[in-house]
Design a protein. Structure first.
Length: 316
C-alpha cells in the first residue's frame, strides 16, 4: 500500500507550474513550496506538471530543479519527479556503471518490479542511453555475476497465478541438489531463478522447505562472506518478500555507522507509490522504532522533510 498523501482538491497542472516557477524566482528557492506540491502528487499528476511546465516556460522542470536544489534533497526530488520507468533506467545505469558484487540495485529493479515495469524500464533505458540495459550489464560485470545478471535484467516473467506443482517439485529437487553440491553457479539453478514466475517460484520454495526441512535462503547462507550467495539470497528475498527485502535495505541504510543516503533515497522514492506502508510495518516490527522516527534522527532539513512527506508524514 502506498503512503503518498494527495489533497482532496488538486490544483490544475498550470496552477502547480505557476507555484513552482514562483518557488524558483527571487533571491532564494522556496523549498517548502516545492515539497508541498511535488511530494503530494501522483505519478500521472507529476507527468502532467512536467509537460505543462515545459510548454509554459520552455524548460524541462528537471533542469529547473537541478539549478535550484542541491545534495540529497536535489537527488530525492529529481528521482521522485521522474516517471517510474525513467527512474529505473537511471538507477539501473548507475547500478551497472558502479557495479560491485555488493551492489543489488539491478536485482531490485529486475525482481521487485512487474514484468511490464521492467520492460518499460528497458525501453526507457534505450531512449535515454542509446544502448540496451543488457548490453551495459554485460559490459560492466564479469564471470558468474554476468551469467546471473544478464538473464535477470532480460527476463519477462509470467505474471499470472497459475502454478505447475509437478514442475515445482522437480525444480525444488534440482535446486536442493545444486545447493547441496555447492554448485551455486550452475546453469539450471540460474535458469530457474531468472525465468520462472513469482507464483511458480513461491510454490517451488515452499516445496523446497517442506521436502528438505530448510528454507532455501537458509541453505544459501552456507558461506555468509560469499558475495554470489548474497546475491542469490537477495533475488529470492526480492521475488518472494519485497517488503521484508526493502525493510532490510532501510535497516542497513540507517545505522550507527552512518546513514547510506543513496539507499534510503532509492527505497523511499521507488516504493512510496507501491508498498511503503507495508515496508514501514515490517520496519517497526523488526526494529521497534517507527521509520519516520529513524529518518528524523538520521537526516535533516529539506531532505528530511521530503522523505517524511513521501512516507505519509507531511501535510497534503
Amino acid at each position: 500500500m502506498a503512503t503518498l498523501l494527495v489533497p482532496q482538491t488538486i490544483p490544475s497542472p498550470a496552477e502547480d507550474c505557476e507555484q513552482l516557477h514562483k518557488a524558483f524566482s527571487g533571491w532564494g528557492t522556496n523549498e517548502k513550496l516545492i515539497i508541498s506540491i511535488l511530494a503530494h502528487r501522483r505519478e500521472a499528476q507529476r507527468r502532467s506538471i512536467r509537460k505543462c511546465y515545459s510548454e509554459t516556460y520552455g524548460e524541462d522542470l528537471l533542469k529547473s530543479l537541478e539549478k535550484e536544489l542541491s545534495n540529497d534533497f536535489e537527488r530525492t526530488v529529481l528521482l521522485w519527479t521522474l516517471d517510474p520507468a525513467e527512474r529505473d533506467a537511471l538507477l539501473a545505469n548507475e547500478g551497472a556503471r558502479k557495479w560491485s558484487s555488493k551492489n543489488h540495485v539491478l536485482i531490485e529493479i529486475s525482481c521487485a518490479r512487474s514484468s511490464n515495469e521492467l520492460f518499460l524500464a528497458r525501453q526507457a533505458y534505450h531512449a535515454r542511453y542509446k544502448r540496451s540495459l543488457e548490453e551495459d550489464v554485460a559490459s560492466h560485470t564479469i564471470g558468474d555475476f554476468r551469467k546471473l545478471l544478464v538473464p535477470l535484467v532480460s527476463s519477462y516473467r509470467y505474471e499470472g497465478t497459475e502454478v505447475n506443482m509437478t514442475l515445482a517439485k522437480s525444480e525444488a529437487k534440482i535446486l536442493h541438489e545444486k545447493i547441496a553440491e555447492k554448485a551455486f553457479h550452475d546453469d539450471e539453478l540460474i535458469r530457474i531463478l531468472t525465468t520462472r514466475s513469482k507464483a511458480q517460484l513461491n510454490a517451488t520454495f515452499n516445496l523446497y522447505n517442506n521436502e528438505f526441512g530448510n528454507a532455501i535462503n537458509k541453505d544459501l547462507k552456507s558461506d555468509s562472506k560469499d558475495d554470489f550467495l548474497t546475491a542469490l539470497r537477495a533475488i529470492v528475498h526480492c521475488l518472494t518478500c519485497p517488503e521484508k527485502y526493502f525493510e532490510k535495505v532501510l535497516r542497513l541504510a540507517i545505522n550507527k555507522m552512518g546513514t547510506d543516503e543513496g539507499a534510503l533515497t532509492r527505497v523511499v522514492t521507488t516504493r512510496a507509490e507501491v508498498d511503503m506502508a507495508g515496508i514501514m510495518d515490517c520496519y517497526y516490527k523488526r526494529n521497534s522504532v517507527p521509520l519516520d522516527h529513524a529518518i528524523v534522527k538520521d537526516t535533516s532539513g529539506d531532505y528530511e522533510d521530503m522523505l517524511l512527506a513521501l512516507i505519509g508524514h507531511g501535510n497534503a
